[in-house]
Ligand binder design. Structure first.
Ligand code: COA
Ligand code: MG
Length: 289
């Protein structure tokens, strides 16, 4: 998944617009973009939307962001939305592998009730969105088969830290949030999951979004959360491997296949060893999806 577009569950026709935005996934939000007194109405709207859209062919993946385990709202969210058969839930303020096990169990019980196979509903963990979550971000490996990726969130972290800002005057993340982003990358790699970059809130600044997303790709993220349809095309483009990258990856794989015993190979005057092969294979795997 390259682009995952958030839309508030009570967003009315924004939901249909999100479906037509070209995003690989639409995330119907029940958490931060929904005021406490609107939660119940938002759950209902979310279910109605899932019910009329989850059976459609050729649609983006449908994800629902529920409220976190410490809010007391998770069960009501899941009771309302699991019958609508979303492809996955986005799990905010996840705190390590034990929290993923906890959510997994809640989903298993509800899948049984609605007749879905166990494990049908996947989980995207917002794994580095709280200080406690940051310290546990390396513990997701093998915790739940439902996990399809990890992401992080500077807004909740800066609120928790009592920070004045999370970006400097040039728009670059300040130190505490660079750390969080990096930990998300390492945590996802340790769990063998895709790392998904967080939102870029300045949604009118498409050049800034492009630069920031290229940095994310450079560092190993394979997709990005979006908050506005205008962000989708940029994100998709940045995370779509170019014909040149595909050709280079194929050349690396072909060179190793032609030299089965070799640990390191020279191609065009540059050294390529096993980590390069792994990278080339990962790039082609993304193209195949
Ligand atoms: N999904 C689908 N459609 C969206 C959208 C979204 N996330 N954000 C904006 N649009 C639509 C608007 O409805 C509008 O449609 P219209 O031209 O038919 O009226 C069009 O895109 C242009 O919107 P614009 O005026 O530029 O923005 P806005 O002021 O209406 O909305 C936000 C700004 C931030 C409120 C809106 O983008 C939004 O709701 N984003 C998601 C917020 C969210 O879910 N946050 C939680 C995760 S961090
Ligand atoms: Mg949040």
């Amino acid at each position: 998944m390259r682009s995952l577009l958030f839309v508030p569950a009570d967003g009315g026709n924004k939901l249909d617009k999100a479906m037509a935005s070209g995003a690989d996934a639409v995330i119907i939000d029940l958490e931060d973009s929904i005021a406490p007194e609107r939660k119940e109405a938002a759950r209902k709207a979310c279910f109605d939307f899932l019910k009329s859209n989850s059976g459609k062919a050729d649609r983006p993946r449908l994800l629902v962001r529920i409220n976190g385990l410490d809010t007391g709202m998770t069960d009501a969210d899941l009771d309302a939305i699991v019958p609508g058969k979303p492809d996955a839930v986005v799990f905010p303020k996840a705190e390590g592998g034990t929290s993923a096990v906890h959510l997994d169990a809640k989903l298993t019980a509800r899948e049984a009730v609605v007749g879905l196979p166990e494990g049908a509903i996947k989980v995207l963990a917002q794994a580095v969105e709280s200080a406690a979550g940051l310290f546990l971000a390396g513990t997701f490996k093998d915790s739940s088969k439902r996990l399809i990726g990890m992401t992080w969130g500077p807004e909740d972290l800066s609120a928790e830290l009592g920070a004045e800002a999370n970006r400097d005057e040039h728009g670059l993340l300040t130190e505490p949030y660079r750390l969080a982003r990096n930990i998300c990358l390492y945590g996802a790699a340790a769990a063998k999951l895709p790392a998904i970059e967080t939102v870029y809130v300045d949604f009118r600044n498409s050049e800034g979004l492009r630069r920031d997303t290229e940095m994310a790709r450079r560092d190993g993220f394979t997709g990005r959360l979006a908050i506005h349809p205008a962000q989708v095309a940029v994100i998709n483009e940045v995370f779509t491997p170019t014909p040149d990258q595909i050709a280079k990856a194929k050349a690396v794989i072909a060179a190793f296949a032609a030299n089965p015993g070799a640990g390191a190979i020279g191609i065009g005057g540059k050294m390529f060893d096993r980590p390069h092969l792994v990278r080339a294979q990962a790039l082609l795997a993304r193209v195949a999806k």
